[in-house]
Design a protein around this ligand. Sequence first.
Ligand SMILES: N[C@@H](CCC(=O)N[C@@H](CS)C(=O)NCC(=O)O)C(=O)O
Length: 206
Amino acid sequence: MSDLHLYHLPGTRSSIIYWLLKELQLDFTVHTFKNRAEVKSAENLERNPLGRVPTFSDKHGTLYESGAILQWILRQYSGGRLQPDASDLAGQQKLLQWCWFAESDLGAYNTLINLHTAVLPEDQRVSEVVPVAKGRVADGLRVLEKTLALQKTDFILGSQLTAADIMIGQAIKNAKNHGTLGAYPNLSAYSEKLMSRPAFQEAYNL
Ligand SMILES: N[C@@H](CCC(=O)N[C@@H](CS)C(=O)NCC(=O)O)C(=O)O
């Protein structure tokens, strides 16, 4: 059993970390929950006080925030892969820009859409939230579309896949599920590139 542990519920944000670990070809132990009730179990609340996924643990401790987990894995276990060289400061800057953009300007709004269309009990959903959140996602997707169109690169930082593509990939997968991606040709092509990767397919159970 590997010392790297991922607590995972298929089809959720823990797939980001699963995908990253697979791209890095790291040996890890995956603990797969069958449903959201298991994610809320007393045992999982001990490691993840919000009763959510992902959680990642290694000999140093436990993390329960996707972005922190991604950055920790890059720093500790990637051997410099999936990121620009440490001496390439402009590249490192872009990596941070796009990872956090994906989380804040896309991921957070996608979560609101998921909550208010599917996850929350119907009597707790607020339908007015959905168009507002979709508008914010559309703003973020437009920026990505324009960036890809100008750069003409396969990936967001250039010709190589980086962890920023993995963060963005999760957001794009959600946008695809919500039917909001079709209007963006460069993003659609980028999305196909990401989603055809074997590590993506395994992480998302496709
Ligand atoms: N900011 C957290 C959010 C985690 C999160 O919301 N996970 C969802 C799955 S996508 C979850 O576990 N939901 C279960 C619930 O809230 O009951 C992270 O990305 O690590």
